[in-house]
Write a protein that binds this ligand. Structure first.
Ligand code: AMP
Length: 215
């Protein structure tokens, strides 16, 4: 099973991907996570991507498609892939088709998380993650059970993404509308798109996503 989670920044792609990994043993391929790791490690890719990401613009198609290509090639054929934050342009959608074909995989579902854009800024500026295990939280919608302590690993270190500020979020949304939303009609023509209300509670969205995977 290979699926794309599509939706603007803050729609819940990362949260839903983490749930799918846990429930179904699928693998999350998040180009955003890969790029942040590259920035942290100071690799040539990371050095090229850092400022582009800080502005909320898109990194080059070639860089992200190469990252996906390498990751997919390392995966066992039976492991399902969740594409999170990729593809984001028409060129990336074409590249993904070629990469999947080379790996003997087909795209089963494109799940679009539909959200009210006005709520996204609040969602994004309130989110943070565990500095140790990466578990995702939100100040009001999904806080840790014990204030200041990670539910999963007990760490007390948390971090925020540098691009989760209002100005950058608005640029990221603009990029989504201009470059990413236009790839949906191509997938619709293949009959593989399902829309889910991304404003619903995390568990409700997860149930709907599971229902789609079951067919
Ligand atoms: P994300 O974690 O998916 O919100 O991505 C964070 C940032 O990484 C984006 O704002 C872009 O600058 C960059 N990025 C992540 N995925 C892609 C992609 N598929 N194409 C271009 N840029 C990307």
């Amino acid at each position: 099973m290979n699926i794309i989670l599509l939706g603007p920044p803050g729609a819940g792609k990362g949260t839903q991907s983490a749930g799918l990994v846990e429930r179904h043993g699928m693998r999350q391929l998040s180009t955003g996570d890969m790029l942040r790791a590259a920035v942290k490690a100071g690799t040539p890719v990371g050095m090229r991507a850092k400022e582009v990401m800080e502005r909320g613009e898109l990194v080059s198609d070639e860089i992200v498609s190469d990252l996906i290509d390498a990751e997919l090639a390392s995966m066992a054929p039976a492991t399902g892939a969740i594409f999170d934050g990729y593809p984001r342009t028409a060129a990336q959608a074409d590249a993904l088709d070629a990469i999947l074909a080379r790996n003997g995989r087909t795209l089963d579902h494109v799940i679009e998380l539909e959200v009210n854009e006005d709520a996204l800024v609040e969602r994004i500026t309130g989110r943070f993650s565990c500095g140790n295990c990466g578990a995702l939280y939100h100040e009001t919608a999904n806080p840790p059970k014990v204030d200041g302590v990670c539910d999963i690993c007990g760490s007390t270190e948390f971090k925020r993404r540098p691009d989760d500020n209002e100005e950058t979020v608005r640029m990221r949304m603009q990029e989504y509308r201009a470059k990413t939303a236009p790839i949906l009609p191509g997938y619709e023509a293949r009959g593989i798109v399902t829309r889910v209300d991304g404003m619903a509670a995390i568990d409700t969205v997860a149930e709907e996503v599971d229902a789609i995977l079951k067919g």
